[in-house]
Design a protein around this ligand. Structure first.
Ligand SMILES: C[S@@+](CC[C@H](N)C(=O)[O-])C[C@H]1O[C@@H](n2cnc3c(N)ncnc32)[C@H](O)[C@@H]1O
Length: 299
């Protein structure tokens, strides 16, 4: 079936079904988490069709020219490059986002952060917010799409990420309401809002410790931006504390602070907020039962 570790062009008829089966088995052997899904995603991408189309034509033979682009993708995926980088896109909160090596691949758990904001605001509310460490812009965009009168500032220290976020805001028709800027934490917000107090600060900051970093899956450790993941504080809460302190100065009384955390960090994070001008501190659990998001109100 294979020749030199690749799908052999010559002796057999390679239908979509067979290519998917071969690729799934190859991914399984290489320790890929979701081998069938990734095989489908990569084949659909290389053929330029939706995944559903594969099933509509499952017994269609693929010409050599149709299989060739897949080979390079399969090789890179087997070397543990995230599928989202290979296809350049990831879905978050039912919206499609461009992603590349400059940004973290949006995670399903981060949708709980968006839920926390949407649960505490009304569709017609005209509020102002900052998304600190915006990456692909997925959080800011998901909030703005669902809160059509909200306006936001999306900050990232990585210029490459800011470019991706800008394109994603344009893609979702948000460029007039959500501005992406390069800068450190909340520093650009002071100029942007002209010294006025705002209604919400949200963030999914880096929170992985050095020790945890080494144990991450190769997809994350070797391919996603280290600066998006790693926090230099021993407890991984250095960025969180810096953002909370800066947010306390920027938020108006009653305003909202929502931040994603790593597993086991909620207790220390809540303790830190208890010593500051915060009230109604609570946690939102993720799919794995982890206190993933901390929510607080500015006193
Ligand atoms: C965990 S990623 C989150 C990306 C995106 N918000 C998401 O949820 O998918 C953290 C982001 O914070 C950015 N970042 C790290 N340090 C920063 C700083 N000092 N100021 C602004 N952004 C920073 C990184 O470049 C990265 O894009």
């Amino acid at each position: 079936m294979t020749e030199g570790g690749r799908i052999n062009a010559a002796e057999e008829t390679w239908t979509i079904r067979k290519v998917l089966e071969w690729t799934t088995a190859f991914f399984e052997k290489n320790g890929i988490d979701s081998p069938r899904l990734d095989a489908e995603v990569l084949l659909a991408h290389s053929l330029g069709v939706e995944r559903i189309k594969l099933y509509m034509e499952i017994d269609r033979p693929l010409a050599e020219a149709e299989r060739a682009p897949l080979r390079a993708l399969v090789k890179r995926r087997a070397a543990r490059e995230p599928a989202a980088y290979l296809v350049g896109e990831k879905e978050f909160y039912s919206l499609a986002f461009e992603v590349n090596e400059n940004v973290l691949v949006p995670r399903p758990d981060t949708e709980f952060l968006v839920d926390a904001v949407l649960d505490r605001t009304g569709r017609g509310d005209a509020f102002t917010f900052v998304d600190v460490g915006t990456g692909s812009g997925c959080i800011a965009a998901a909030i703005a799409v669902n809160r059509p009168k909200a306006s936001g500032l999306a900050v990232d220290v990585n210029p490459g990420a800011v470019e991706v976020a800008k394109r994603n805001f344009e893609r979702h028709g948000l460029a007039n309401r959500v501005k992406a800027v390069c800068g450190n934490l909340l520093e650009p917000a002071i100029a942007h809002f002209g010294g006025r107090k705002i209604d919400a600060v949200v963030s999914n900051p880096p929170y992985v410790t050095e020790e945890e970093f080494e144990k991450l899956e190769p997809e994350i450790r070797d391919h996603e931006p280290r600066s998006a993941l790693l926090d230099i504080a021993e407890d991984g809460l250095g960025s969180f504390r810096a953002i909370a302190d800066a947010a306390a100065d920027l938020l108006s009384p009653g305003a909202l602070f929502v931040c994603e955390l790593g597993a086991g960090q909620y207790g220390s994070a809540a303790e830190f907020l208890a010593s500051g001008p915060w009230t109604d501190v609570s946690a939102v659990r993720d799919y794995g039962g982890v206190d993933r998001v901390i929510v607080a109100g500015r006193k």
